[in-house]
Design a protein around this ligand. Structure first.
Ligand SMILES: [Zn+2]
Length: 410
């Protein structure tokens, strides 16, 4: 191992009730959602990039990988190619509408694309057919970018390493109450879910000096949206070697009508593009978490085009649009092996229990009690049914290549 190894506690295989296919209250008690879990102790950003490219995701410091084969509502990792991203007409309208509100306090009309000038005026001044350019439009209303006029409102977006503040927690409490009708939030719960992160910051290899507002390190961040000094929204994002990965977004529902969630997706895509433009050629994607075809509410992630889904068997990427008919027809889809796709309650024909060969076990390290470093093959856990199951699931989920760069802890 040439880099500092990643340390991981295997957490085993878990069944839970599904939060997607039925509304709360009507939820069946049947456990139909399955995940493998791990708790990393020190996790590099490049290692985590490889994890999310195998279907993992984090919640605070805990990482999990859904078992798509068995779950009732499979979750496919989705990513947007930011270089090819062209906002739709309605996405562009969201940007213009917000900019007009900030700059001129106007909430009417749909901005320049569908202007509502009197028709005589329109003929004299036909709407400009300038192509929409994402980056300038995204920044157009920010206080530090507005040049030739004094905007009606002061709008600022800043990026800071994830940390707890009362201001953030208050926004979270209001968001949970207004949007999810949840009134039980605690500071520690907020911190565990949206502040804590296992990611170790590391320098972004810019080849030209980036402007001050771009991050200097990969890692976990809070992107703060302030209007006239007040925090109105916050995005929790990870900045990784090939992507900006969206973890969560919350907003003050006072501003609901401006579709801040859509604005944030476009802003995060812009952030990836900007980092790339200062010489970080690998930075090409916005990861929007999981796309869940069976859950209408989660399909909005497919509205950003061109998006790609991760194949659950080969971990290759497949265009979303042509995959939709297959997803509509099946509960589980492998894009790389369409004949492995499953309908309804069908289960795979072959036994799915993951296995690790003796040879593989001879190339993976375990650490017991912080002192006893041993190859898995010669450790006690190799023959312990419960511990070895958690470990084998973790190794299977991570793949042998990543597992060899890992020390598994007990
Ligand atoms: Zn479900």
């Amino acid at each position: 191992m040439n880099e500092k190894p990643v340390l991981i506690y295997p957490e085993g295989y878990h069944a839970s009730t599904c939060g997607y296919c039925s509304p709360p209250g009507q939820r069946s008690s049947e456990k139909s959602s399955f995940t493998v879990g791990i708790s990393p102790v020190q996790l590099t950003c490049s290692y985590y990039q490889k994890m999310i490219d195998r279907g993992w995701r984090r919640s605070g410091e805990y990482c999990y990988k859904p078992d798509l084969h068995r779950s009732c509502c499979p979750q496919y990792t989705i990513r947007l190619n930011v270089n090819e991203f062209t906002p739709t007409r309605s996405q562009r309208k969201v940007v213009h509408r917000w900019n007009r509100f900030v700059v001129s306090d106007s909430e009417n009309g749909d901005a320049m694309e569908t202007d509502n000038k009197p028709s005589t005026l329109k003929r004299k001044n036909p709407p400009k057919s300038e192509p929409f350019s994402l980056l300038p439009s995204i920044h157009a209303s920010e206080a530090s970018f507005v040049k030739d006029q004094t905007p009606s409102h002061e709008f600022e977006v800043t990026l800071e390493p994830a940390s707890y503040t009362d201001e953030k927690f208050e926004l979270y409490v209001k968001y949970q109450a207004d949007v999810h009708n949840d009134h039980r939030e605690s500071e520690s719960g907020f911190t565990r879910f949206l502040v804590d992160s296992p990611l170790e910051p590391s320098p972004i290899p810019y080849t030209t000096d980036p402007p001050e507002y771009l991050p200097r390190n990969y890692g976990s961040y809070h992107q703060m949206y302030r209007l006239d000094g007040k925090l109105i929204a916050m995005a929790i994002i990870d900045i990784l070697p090939s992507c900006v990965s969206s973890v969560y977004f919350m907003y003050d529902t006072t501003w609901e009508r401006f579709s801040l969630g859509k604005l944030s997706a476009m802003r995060e895509a812009s952030l990836a593009k900007e980092i790339q433009s200062f010489g970080v050629s690998e930075m090409k994607y916005l990861y929007m978490g999981f796309y869940i075809p069976s859950c209408k509410k989660m399909r909005y992630k497919g509205d950003y085009s061109p998006s790609f889904l991760l194949d659950p068997e080969e971990y290759s990427w497949h265009a979303l649009t042509p995959a939709i008919p297959m997803l509509d027809e099946h509960r589980y889809v492998s894009f790389a092996h369409p004949d492995h796709s499953l309908k309804g309650n069908e289960v795979p024909a072959t036994s799915e229990e993951p296995r690790i060969s003796d040879e593989e076990a001879s190339s993976i390290w375990t650490l017991h009690n912080g002192t006893d470093l041993q190859l898995l093959k010669s450790s006690l856990y190799w023959k312990h049914p419960v511990l070895s199951d958690a470990l084998v699931r973790a190794i299977d989920g991570l793949g042998i290549e990543l597992s060899r760069q890992t020390v598994f802890l007990f």
